[in-house]
Design a protein around this ligand. Structure first.
Ligand code: ADP
Ligand code: GLC
Length: 485
């Protein structure tokens, strides 16, 4: 089987969130099963600056974008298991510090940037004589691909290609002014209408991806149900309902080679479920690193590692801060994102300087140290398609306190003292008092060391590796091959 992944992010090359973890791990898991999988990514400045093992592959491929003809230079590198990665280069679009924007907001030419990426990615098969059975696309940035395969690029190398579109987050819909549709390079009358890219008079790349792909996946079973409802569909519920028959919920996996408390080189002491002493060293180290009082070693240390986005329930945590401090707990937050949330968090931390510590940055190493060094992680998301941090936390013996939504609901189960089952604490209504009460339940158990160990071990023993999810993707790909023309 031959698969071309087209993704705007993939670890280790470019990352703003969990999509990168998925697009970096799933191809590797597929390759281990013998699939000939390759990945196309934009050649961002950060990749150019950090990686040297990159060779030119194709020079000056001509790409038509609206009325312009632009050139793409395509480079090649590899991820683990020697999975080829094709980097689509066009400096005017990608030689910038951010992936999608800067402090002023989204880049104004994101439609051009990602349309170009989709077009150039679809030129690769012919240029390198690689005929993919499946093109697997991720999020709105790749929403044009399925339509381009159906409407413009059905050349011999894509003749039998089927498309899969994974929606990682319905909150990002790739909406642009309708008068810019010509940039897409698709015939207006065939594709810009209510059954196509048109969305309340505007152009939505996400909608196009949902409409034209042969199969749609999202990243947990629960989210696949939620997005069919007005509460979670964010206006796309009708579009999903129309395509319900080809919509699948496949839970993301965890790359345990990277998120492994036994071998993690970012943390000061390794440990495992048989010997968790090292976790205390990690906590001591985190307390020192963040400047918390050493007495917190015996008190609950709560954490968050997150994009600062309204999705993530940061407002609930801000509202719960006084209660958290009253419980004699401390909170460490690593986050980057919205300026407004930055400001509000800074004000909250200023009220409790000895108990709330912030690092407003994207810091991969600190993310690992927090995962290992804290007792509980808070994930009170308004919605959460899958969520990876709760799965990382479980492996590191850090107990998740989550809202019952999407993948959080599928992976975290409320601890029941009677049966000794359960790996975390959950709450339902999107309210800070509900969050506080879940934290309170967790803190009460924290004081009972042996019960707390049971909760930690329940989580540490859980297996969310890609082995399971990759089989579900294979099943889906195989079913699509039966439909090939
Ligand atoms: P989302 O994709 O919505 O941001 P996920 O839980 O799926 O949420 O994935 C988030 C990923 O990004 C995890 O790998 C997490 O460790 C990482 N991450 C988020 N914020 C930061 C940050 N400020 N610094 C380092 N890593 C972060
Ligand atoms: C998105 C979602 C997150 C999910 C990730 C990877 O960014 O917000 O819940 O885990 O994609 O699929």
């Amino acid at each position: 089987m031959k698969i071309l992944f087209i993704s705007p992010e993939a670890v280790p090359f470019a990352k703003t969130g969990g999509l990168a973890d998925v697009a970096g791990a799933l191809p590797v898991a597929l390759k281990k099963l013998g699939v000939d999988v390759r990945v196309a990514l934009p050649f961002y400045q950060a990749i150019r600056d950090r990686y040297t093992n990159i060779s030119p592959l194709l020079h000056e491929i001509s790409i038509r974008l609206g009325s312009q003809s632009l050139r793409a230079d395509i480079f090649e590198t590899h991820m683990q298991e020697k999975v080829p990665v094709y980097l689509i280069g066009h400096d005017a679009f990608y030689d910038r510090p951010g992936l999608y924007g800067d402090a002023k907001g989204d880049y104004p030419d994101n439609l051009e940037r990602f349309s170009f990426f989709c077009h150039a990615s679809l030129c690769i098969p012919e240029a390198i004589s690689f005929s993919p059975d499946i093109v697997h696309c991720h999020d709105w940035q790749t929403g044009l691909v399925a339509a381009l395969i159906k409407g413009g690029y059905r050349h011999s190398y894509l003749q039998r290609t089927m498309s899969v579109f994974t929606v990682h987050n319905v909150g990002y819909q790739g909406i642009f002014p309708p008068e810019k549709f010509s940039v897409a390079g698709l015939p207006l009358s065939d594709f810009f209408h209510i059954e196509g890219f048109e969305y309340w008079g505007k152009l939505s790349l996400l909608k196009g991806g949902i409409i034209y792909s042969d199969a749609i996946t999202t990243v947990s079973r629960k989210y696949a149900e939620e997005i069919l409802t007005p509460e979670y569909g964010m206006g796309m519920e009708g579009v999903f309902l129309k395509r319900k028959d080809v919509l699948h919920g496949i839970l993301n996996g965890v790359e345990y080679e990277h998120w492994n408390h036994e071998t993690d080189t970012f943390i000061p002491s390794n440990y495992n479920h048989k010997n968790i002493r090292g976790k205390k060293d990690c906590k001591r180290d985190l307390i020192t690193e963040t400047g918390l009082d050493p007495s917190m070693l015996n008190r609950p240390l709560l954490s968050m590692v997150t994009r600062l986005d309204t999705q993530k329930g940061i407002d609930l945590v801000i509202a719960a801060a006084d209660n958290i401090v009253q419980m004699d707990a401390a909170l460490v937050i690593l986050g980057k994102g919205s300026h407004d949330l930055h400001e509000r968090l800074v004000q909250t931390a200023m009220r409790h300087p000895d108990r709330i510590k912030l690092k407003l940055d994207f810091d991969e190493c600190l993310a690992h140290r927090i995962m290992a060094g804290s007792d509980m992680i808070l994930i009170p998301s308004r919605y959460e398609p899958c969520g990876l941090t709760q799965m990382y936390a479980l492996k590191y013996g850090t107990v998740p306190v989550v809202r019952t939504t999407g993948g959080l609901d599928d992976t975290v189960s409320e601890f029941d003292a009677k049966t000794g089952r359960g790996n975390g604490f959950k709450f339902v209504p999107y309210r800070s008092d509900a969050l506080v009460s879940a934290i309170k339940r967790a803190c009460d158990f924290f004081s009972d060391t042996s019960t707390w160990h049971t909760i930690m071990l329940n989580g540490m023993k859980a297996d969310f590796s890609w082995d399971r999810s990759v089989k579900e993707y294979m099943k889906l790909y195989n079913s699509l091959l039966l439909e090939q023309d």
